[in-house]
Design a protein around this ligand. Structure first.
Ligand code: SF4
Length: 64
């Protein structure tokens, strides 16, 4: 699975970097930095939680 950020929607709330630190980090303004878009099978539940928690509906989990 891949995690993707819709940059047209992201408001830099910074939640996703906290909820999915294996794949995302936050820059100094709270916007995500994609460290690795490939979500390991063991982290898919963390990725789903991050997608659900994003207040801007800016995160998507998709199959490559
Ligand atoms: S939680 Fe959503 S709005 Fe906030 S930084 Fe992450 S992608 Fe952007």
């Amino acid at each position: 699975m891949r995690i993707e950020v819709d940059w047209t929607r992201c408001d830099g709330h910074g939640l996703c970097g906290l909820l999915l630190p294996e794949n995302l980090a936050n820059d100094t303004d709270g916007f995500p930095v994609v460290r690795d878009p490939e979500v390991a099978p063991g982290n898919v539940h963390h990725a789903r939680r991050a997608v659900s928690a994003c207040p801007a509906l800016a995160l998507r989990l998709s199959r490559p």
